[in-house]
Design a protein around this ligand. Sequence first.
Ligand SMILES: Nc1ncnc2c1ncn2[C@@H]1O[C@H](COP(=O)(O)OP(=O)(O)OP(=O)(O)O)[C@@H](O)[C@H]1O
Ligand SMILES: [Mg+2]
Length: 501
Amino acid sequence: MSLVRIQNIMGSELSKRVFLSRPPEPPHEYLLNDPTDSIFIGTTKVFGVPFTWTFATLTNPHLAVVGITGAGKSFFVKTFLLRASYIWNTNAIIIDWAGEYKGWVKQSGGTVISLSKGDYINIMDLSGMKPIDRSKQIMNSLDILTDIGDYPEQRRLTAEAIEQAYVNSGFALSQIPESNADAPTLKEVTTLLEEKLQEGSYEYPAELENALYRLRQFTREGEDYFAKKSTIDIGKLASSGLVSLDLSSLPDERFRALAAMFILQTLKEKMRSTGWSGTKGLRAIVVLDEAWKVASDDRSDAITIVREGRKYQFGLIVASQNPTDVNEAIFSNVGTTVMLRIRFEKFMNYLQGSLNFSNFIRTEIGKFGVGQAAFDMSFHSAVQFPDVFLLERIVGEEPLDVYTISIAEILTPGELDDQSIQKEYYLERIDLNSKLIESGINPEVIAAIFKELDKKERIADIRDLVRIMIGRGINRDVIVGFLRGIKIVDALITRIFSYIG
Ligand SMILES: Nc1ncnc2c1ncn2[C@@H]1O[C@H](COP(=O)(O)OP(=O)(O)OP(=O)(O)O)[C@@H](O)[C@H]1O
Ligand SMILES: [Mg+2]
């Protein structure tokens, strides 16, 4: 027997032994759970065991999902939410920063709430809270989003005016109101500050002016998304099936963060006041996708939900390209971390450092294709196996090819407010394709159009769509025919062209 062969035999013996003492996957009783009480995710890479997720054996129901753009974070979230709703009837609230869920939510029979496209939130709504508590929350949001914390006098004036607005509207500060109606808005708060300024008796008018200036950012005509009567009942969000709050058309990150924080505050209160239900599985899941400002701040209610969620069967999913954007208190406390493809060494080091997985796993993560994943789970009881394991791939629901065409950008503020005017058109790929063909657009241009749309998460501003067509030499009559075909009225068609020039 040659030396080489002996070495071979020893090598494989050795690896077998390592294998037996340190299995690369949790035992199947941890992976394969009761199918009527768990969510199928995919099969494991080494032993091909079907992995179904339940939080019964985990420290808590929350998930962090990390991976580079295109790795499959949103795909995983969608799959997870759909199955949770089949299995447990779980409600879901997606705080949709980039608007990438709305087409899918519509298609799945859920509700899309588009802030700035006709839907408003009054951040002074009480939804069963005491005015004094809501006032504190509003101040907390202002602390996170503005520099008000640096100016104690302005902060005091603002807080006082908020409370005064409640009192003027007939609320007792420390009482839970009987009805949700007639909460004041931030406009009433600014009016109070203006009146105080005009009275002229206050010692430091500059402080008042600055406090006013800061609040006016949120009450200016056209940017008063949170300073009008609500068009939605936020208190009911956690029990309304699948809901996405599309924040993508708000003008900037500050507005998005304010909306997200308000929703989280309200959901947290709902969670606490509803109590434990004792039913199977999860009652509601809140999704924060790329909402880094909200997921990273120490004062965010995302952290409260992570700390207290388990006992209320309330789960949080945080998805991010950058794991260091997720607050430590969230990251180190989630029961499940889903690692998709990671590219940056810096992020890999962070993950390996906090989750403590082997270099073997590290190398595998570095080689992942779309949908391949490593799972880290924190089990209740101390376990004798590595808790990070690989999945062949996340097995999803068939991707739904829904395209969203938005006309909101060409509507007037009045039209945006009008609930009867459609702001977005949702078309399945097949429908859109046949509408384009019927209008007489040639296949090459159609392919180019789909390519553009796919690059933009299947969402298009109508003007961009028309620009692509014009750029490809499609004549105006053909384009008009297409726009009529998707049911846009002539007056708006004229306007679209006038915007393009
Ligand atoms: N497990 C999977 N099986 C099949 N297709 C997948 C899978 N995961 C992702 N995809 C497809 O890959 C594309 C990118 O996925 P996805 O949008 O989920 O990426 P992402 O990580 O959310 O990216 P971003 O950070 O840009 O939002 C989508 O078209 C999606 O349908
Ligand atoms: Mg995504």
